[in-house]
Design a protein around this ligand. Structure first.
Ligand code: UDX
Length: 442
């Protein structure tokens, strides 16, 4: 039997839209992606990806060359081309933690005005429960013809820095649908994915995305709470985490304590999830505590620093790691923003190092007075009274500790990601403070 070639549309060439476009195109589908920002459009059409995401640029270029992937700035082109359209626009944090749905709403208006035949519209963006109904209502107001369409929700679980691997090897695919036609179309598109497929309704699919990210945030905040009790009781967080993680019901992933979670998803999704519970008047105390624990982590770094250096004025401190996690240049909600801000408030001069995120940090942290950006990690520590580690980049874990110590004015490490073993840093002559160690009390 001849293989059916699906014609797919993608709205938005941000990280999710680009990975979805290139991922489906490389699986043999024909994909057209619409992007209204002319600068981004020009860049991606030429195969240049404006974000740091391993393997993505090569995949986009390959798909453009094989003519499986095209870009346009007209929604109309995508509607004429595709039967199934994936909505991949941003849903940033809006007022009072609510998800800002303005981009979703304008996509609804735009599609409705141009709709001329049956389409399946698939939400891939993270959207509050009920957004599929909201989109249907918006579209009903703007439809010009009496055309049929279906809504579905297939939430995206891509991790930054690992997005291509996550696209091709998902743990599961969630398919929230309302019609048999949607089931057939999505079955064909997802036939090459061998992972479990969970078919449900759109409201449940929308909820699953928040429930998953809320749970991941909960694991991290729980680990951070355990680190805090370790510090005052003489318990050691590393064997503690190993001890609970070996229970297969708990598992070892996502329970590393440290300076907390950042990025474009977990913080915004936990806030939006809190708002969703508020709107429906359902108790959300647990979610609020997850967020509260996380918000306090950057301040805890400053407290650790001050327990060694009481008066921070005119001292010099090095920061290693500005990105919210390794393998990305993203600094959105990165703990580094808050830690550096607090250090500047304390009149500290700060030397920052990050292998890739320096430019993004400079853009995000507008007042750069008192900050130096240094290309070499050892030179960043020159004459510093302390080194603070905020991202676990691999090169930091293989530090030559003797070389580092020879540079510093005072051999003090505040490790926000727990990358060193206590005995190795002590052997090298450092004073060492990390989350979950009783030595913090020294
Ligand atoms: C997350 C989800 O993992 C992904 O499924 C979703 O689609 C988008 O949000 P991402 O934002 O890329 O992905 O980052 P992730 O790898 O989940 O890490 C989030 C934050 O948690 C990082 O700041 C990381 O340093 C922190 N983290 C993670 C911890 O502090 N401890 C851990 O044990 C794990």
């Amino acid at each position: 039997m001849e293989k059916k070639i699906n014609k797919l549309g993608v709205i938005g060439a941000g990280p999710v839209g680009l990975v979805t476009s290139a991922g489906f195109a490389s699986l043999g589908n024909e994909v057209m992606c619409v992007e209204s920002n002319q600068e981004i459009l020009a860049s991606v059409s030429a195969g240049r990806v404006p974000i740091f995401e391993p393997e993505l640029e090569d995949l986009v270029t390959e798909c453009i060359q094989s003519k499986k992937l095209k870009f346009t700035d007209q929604t109309r082109d995508v509607i004429d081309f595709a039967e199934v359209i994936f909505i991949c626009v941003g849903t940033p944090e809006g007022e009072n933690g609510k998800a800002d749905l303005s981009q979703i709403d304008s996509v609804g208006v735009d599609i409705a005005k141009n709709l001329n035949s049956y389409k399946l519209l698939v939400e891939k963006s993270t959207v509050p429960i009920g957004t599929h109904t909201r989109l249907k209502n918006i579209m009903a107001l703007h439809l010009k013809n009496d055309v049929q369409f279906d809504m579905a929700c297939v939430p995206e679980f891509l991790r930054e820095g690992n997005a291509i691997n996550d696209f091709f090897n998902p743990d599961r695919v969630i398919l929230g649908i309302e019609s048999e036609n949607s089931r057939q179309l999505l079955s064909s598109i997802y036939k090459d994915f061998e992972c479990p497929k969970i078919w449900t309704n759109p409201a449940t699919a929308e909820l699953i995305k928040y429930a998953a990210n809320g749970f991941l945030a909960m694991k991290i905040s729980y680990a951070n709470m355990l680190a805090d009790i370790c510090e005052v009781t003489g318990a050691d967080v590393e064997p503690l985490i190993e001890g609970i993680g070996q229970d297969s019901r708990i598992g070892k992933s996502f329970i590393n304590p440290g300076v907390g979670y950042g990025g474009s998803c977990l913080p915004k999704d936990v806030s939006a999830f809190i708002d969703i519970f508020d709107q429906h008047k359902v108790n959300n105390g647990l979610l609020k505590e997850i967020e509260y624990i996380n918000r306090r982590r950057p301040e805890a770094i400053i407290t650790k620093l001050k327990s060694s250096i009481t008066d921070l004025r005119h001292k010099k401190v090095a920061i290693w790691g500005l990105a919210f996690k390794p393998n990305t240049d993203d600094v959105r909600n990165a703990p580094s923003l808050e830690v550096v801000r607090r250090l500047i408030d304390e009149q500290v001069s700060v030397n920052c190092h990050d292998p890739v995120a320096t430019d993004q940090f400079k853009r995000a942290f507008k007042e750069n007075i008192g900050i130096r950006f240094v290309d070499d990690m050892y030179n960043a520590a020159q004459d510093c009274h302390a080194l603070i580690i905020l991202t676990e980049w691999p090169e930091y874990s293989s530090t030559n500790l003797d070389q580092l110590k020879s540079k510093m004015a005072r051999p003090l490490i505040i490790d926000g990601r727990g990358i060193f073993q206590l005995d190795e840093v002590h052997r090298a002559g450092f004073e060492y403070k990390a989350f979950g160690l009783t030595t913090n009390k020294n």
